[in-house]
Design a protein around this ligand. Structure first.
Ligand SMILES: [Zn+2]
Length: 501
């Protein structure tokens, strides 16, 4: 009897709780429902980790030398190649080569002796013992560029060859890192600087733009030609080729050869004007870019929006029809400073290069359109930020999908590009604006210059950003950390007073 009564009480309590939860679930329902949020939380705690990461560890870079002889077969979109890659030393057994795009690899040799390499979809594992002497891996590969408007692809007569050959893996804290997996957005890449000599045979009518300096051109008998390139200290060697590019070139006062090329001749003028402006702004505000070449390329409509490769800034022709083409073009150019000159492991610290490149894009806008335009952009970013709306190019009002995230997290923490843009770009832009207000312009730009100067030509980490700031104003480091590490709901409350007027 007593037991039955207690059970009834418990039963009614459970019913009340269930009813309350149901009402709460309806009342608090996010704009796009609970499913994305639940999925996000599930993946965060139980899903496969994209990487086992230690973002504060000191890089242990290998600087390999790549010699690649490649043949681009024209219409078929096939690239075949022979590659020698030499690592100066090998601190760990078994050298992994990452395959970021599908390709066939065969004929693997180590120091001239054939070996049996394990080839899986994501990487080639070369059986080689650790050594303090240089080790050379030789192999043959075939990469079929998909006939699609993808990052690596052959679309409307333009071949974009990025990550098209096996790339030496990255070592971290005494182990080889696995090749990062992609979620279909952002930059899931991990690589060290390398030095390249590339020989490319191609149909004679093709113009090629690459991460390197072109050092030679030779006509071949069958209407084809051979081009040679060299690139020093680049994270990978990319090439874009096509027969229909219109181009213009100029050399900066500092000596960099800048090429602007477009698939639509009518767009060349505005693309070139933006390029000149951005290169000037970044040189003045951040520092001289030490690389000898930069190419800014307009690709056929439909090709992935906009992205960066070493010494290359790419955007699709239809970007001009979006709300904010200027912003994204100068953003990609800014990656020649942050990502290329000052590198970072993109998959570990996506917020580091994206945040700086995007803030740099605002600096160019400020110079082109004035302080009012800059402030309007900050105001828009703040309104979106405070309402948990993601960043442009998403329309105003698009949910960020994750309300309690942070910025200093590796790629893959956020499973949607809405959350990725919100935490990696938008929150970082507001951070740099807030630091600028705190420090004043003079000290703020010294901080940017210090970070750039100290880290150009290497792979920077979060600690390097903190150090550059501490060298200018140690008291500001707390503000930086707050923006990087505070859960978002708490952060919005902390900073609102400085943004709301
Ligand atoms: Zn970017």
């Amino acid at each position: 009897m007593r037991r039955g009564k207690r059970f009834l009480k418990l039963y009614s309590l459970m019913l009340t709780m269930l009813a309350t939860l149901t009402i709460l679930a309806v009342v608090l329902r996010p704009v796009d429902g609970w499913v994305p949020l639940l999925k996000q939380q599930y993946t965060l705690h139980f899903g496969p980790q994209v990487l086992n990461l230690h973002p504060l560890a000191t890089p242990t870079p290998t600087e390999p030398v790549y010699e690649i002889k490649a043949q681009f077969h024209g219409d078929s979109g096939l690239i075949s190649g022979q590659m020698n890659v030499t690592v100066p030393e090998l601190r760990l057994d078994g050298l992994p080569l990452y395959l970021y795009v599908p390709m066939q690899v065969y004929g693997v040799k180590v120091n001239g002796t054939a070996v049996k390499a394990q080839v899986s979809e994501g990487q080639v594992l070369v059986p080689v013992k650790k050594s303090t002497a240089p080790q050379t891996v030789t192999l043959t590969f075939r990469t079929q560029l998909p006939k699609a408007p993808s990052r690596t692809g052959y679309w409307q007569g333009v071949a974009t060859a990025s990550y098209w050959y096996p790339i030496v893996g990255v070592e971290r804290d005494g182990e080889w890192m696995k090749r990062p997996a992609t979620l279909g957005f952002g930059d899931p890449y991990l690589m060290d600087l390398g030095n390249y000599r590339v020989e490319l045979t191609t149909p004679g009518a093709f113009k090629w733009y690459s991460s390197g300096v072109q050092t030679g051109e030779q006509k071949l008998e069958d209407g084809r030609k051979m081009l040679t390139f060299q690139a020093q200290k680049v994270r990978n060697f990319a090439m874009v080729g096509g027969a229909g590019f219109a181009e213009t070139k100029y050399r900066t006062e500092e000596g960099m050869l800048v090429t602007v090329a477009s698939v639509a001749k009518a767009d060349l003028g505005r693309a070139a004007a933006l390029t000149r402006s951005a290169v000037k702004t970044y040189t003045q505000r951040i520092g001289t870019n030490p690389y000898p070449v930069l190419s800014v390329l307009e690709l056929p409509a439909g090709t992935i929006y906009a992205h960066e490769l070493p010494n290359l800034a790419l955007f699709a022709q239809d970007l001009w029809e979006y709300d904010d083409p200027e912003h994204w073009i100068v953003h990609e150019i800014a990656h020649a400073w942050f990502y290329n000159a000052v590198g970072n492991y993109e998959v570990e610290t996506p917020w580091l290069d994206e945040g700086l490149a995007d803030y740099a894009a605002l600096l160019d806008m400020e110079r082109r359109e004035g302080a009012g335009a800059y402030q309007a952009r900050i105001n828009d970013a703040w309104k979106r930020f405070a309402n948990n709306y993601t960043y442009s190019p998403y329309p105003y009002g698009t949910s960020n999908r994750v309300k309690t995230g942070k910025s200093a997290v590796p790629y893959g923490t956020y499973q949607t590009s809405q959350a990725h843009y919100y935490y990696t770009y938008q929150r970082m832009v507001l951070m740099y604006h807030d630091l600028r207000k705190l420090l004043g312009d003079e000290a703020f730009f010294k901080f940017l210059k210090q970070y750039y100067l100290k880290n150009a030509g290497r792979t920077a980490t979060r600690a390097d950003l903190e150090k550059a700031l501490a060298d200018i104003e140690p008291k500001a480091v707390g503000r930086l950390k707050m923006w990087l590490d505070t859960p978002n709901d708490e952060l919005i409350g902390n900073v609102a007073g400085r943004f709301q007027k």
